[in-house]
Design a protein around this ligand. Structure first.
Ligand SMILES: Cc1ncc(COP(=O)(O)O)c(C=O)c1O
Length: 457
């Protein structure tokens, strides 16, 4: 939904004409950091090539590493991956059932003498209980880190998210509220942490600390400066869109609205509700068949299961495939990631019905009509349960054997094996729809490829 126009083009042309495409004094990056810090009411803003790069550098900046633990929430896995990259054990806390955000009561139970930080995600633009999380962090002398990738200009109790913790990070990839292609920003109100983080992302020939080149380019900042001014206008539309979608399920006894905490100003990202078909004897397979029949863009079950049940966390494969960080001799805890660890997340994730909230209102109104139709269809009892079609089975088999693959690569396999010819768009639509299936499913592996998962174990 973001729009790009005269100002972005003018800024980009200015960068080209300047002949300096990297961070330079008085350039767009200086302005982007200054404007961002001003708008978010933070003391420091630090640019990087992506949010993941900042998240990779943050544990070093807070002095965390091998032998340490960081508490994370299990619905998304970005921060937990950043932990593995730092040889840190991610420890999973459960979420609250009505907003799917980190539950402070569960966090308290997970704290050990090895805990260095709590890393919370403001999932899909809803602020988490950062006041309580900050109190817990302060009580134990550890850091609170905020992943605000979905929550630009979201507020909690009058304060922008990203400012409640010691460091907050934002993403500017193309799917975000402020897109610059790729890009990330960290905010902090702590001078020492700002310096420590900067030291790790501004790389030179003989760095004083282990660092790397995580820098943003002037091109991204040139777009970012223009987009930042537009975000409040986008959010107005997204908030209206959220209301329209909430209203579409208001009378449905088996789809529950996502509730924000009192004191929240939500920055909508994905809209979601919770499927409780058991209240009306509507199975998940029937509901998914109704979703397919109604033809909208709703995903079901998101990642289908919490992060800790994925192989990458059960059997980490970095550092020479020796099982680090769990097997690191400096780690004195015990890891046993299995079903039952976060019962609320395990129950809630497969129930998530979600769609992109960042759309023009015409698209959102069409989505609301689809939702109403889905409710009617599912309640009518005249929908056959969804199963894997022969084409879907073949795609899953090919991606399992050869993957991760792009849609075009799957098409080539289909052509070679004479399984039928598909154009790229049709193949993409089928592969996208296989992302919310269970137990065999696909997931995004980067912006173009799809990976295979068998979640039946
Ligand atoms: C919650 C969350 N955190 C972090 C990231 C990483 O952001 P980036 O793509 O800028 O590295 C994403 C990306 O989608 C995200 O959704």
């Amino acid at each position: 939904m973001p729009t790009f126009g005269k100002e972005e083009i003018r800024n980009l042309a200015q960068v080209i004409k300047s002949g300096r495409f990297c961070d330079k004094r008085g350039g767009f990056m200086d302005q982007f950091r200054r404007d961002f810090a001003r708008d978010l009411q933070a003391k420091h803003a630090i640019t990087a090539g992506s949010a993941m790069l900042l998240m990779h550098a943050i544990p070093g900046a807070i002095g965390a590493g091998a032998g340490d633990e960081i508490i994370v929430d299990p619905v998304v896995q970005f921060h937990a991956i950043a932990c593995l990259h730092n040889n840190i054990v991610p420890v999973w806390a459960d979420v609250r059932p009505d907003d799917f955000l980190m539950d402070p009561a569960s966090v308290e139970k997970r704290i050990t003498k090895r805990t260095r930080a709590i890393w919370v995600t403001h999932l899909w633009g809803f602020p988490a209980a950062v006041d309580k999380l900050r109190r817990i962090a302060d009580k134990h002398g550890i850091y609170l880190l905020e992943d605000c990738a979905h929550a630009l200009l979201a507020k909690y109790k009058g304060k922008y998210v990203g400012n409640w913790g010691h460091i907050g990070t934002f993403s500017f990839n193309m799917g975000k509220q402020l897109p610059t292609g790729e890009g990330g920003m960290a905010i902090t109100n702590d001078d020492r942490l700002a310096a420590e983080l900067n030291r790790r992302i501004i790389f030179g020939e003989s760095p004083e600390v282990l660092s790397s080149n995580y820098r943003m380019t002037e091109f991204q900042a040139a777009v970012g400066v223009a987009q930042l001014k537009k975000v409040p206008g986008y959010l107005k539309i997204y908030r209206e869109g959220r209301k329209i979608l909430d209203e579409a399920i208001a009378d449905c006894a088996w789809l529950d609205r996502r509730k924000e905490l009192p004191g929240s100003v939500v920055a909508p990202y994905n809209w979601a509700c919770l499927f409780h078909g058991e209240r009306r004897k509507i199975s998940r397979a029937i509901f998914q068949a109704a979703l397919h029949q109604a033809g909208g863009y709703f995903g079901m079950g998101f990642t289908q299961q919490p992060g800790y049940l994925y192989e990458i966390f059960r059997k980490p494969n970095a550092y020479g495939n020796k099982g680090c960080p769990y097997n690191c001799h400096l780690y004195k805890g015990k890891v046993d990631w299995k079903k039952g660890l976060c019962p609320v997340a395990e129950d809630v994730i497969p129930r998530l019905v979600a769609t992109n909230n960042m759309q023009p209102l015409t698209v959102i109104r069409a989505q609301a009509r689809v939702l109403r139709k889905v409710i009617r269809l599912a309640e009518s009892g005249q929908v056959a349960p969804l199963t894997y079609s022969p084409v879907e089975k073949k795609i899953l088999e090919i991606v399992k054997r050869r993957g991760p693959l792009e849609a075009m690569e799957v098409i080539t396999h289909f052509d070679q094996r004479r399984l039928g010819h598909y154009d790229e768009h049709s193949m993409l639509v089928i592969m996208e729809s296989l992302r919310d299936r269970f137990p065999l499913k696909l997931s995004h592996a980067g912006p173009r490829k799809f990976a295979f998962h068998d979640l039946s174990g």
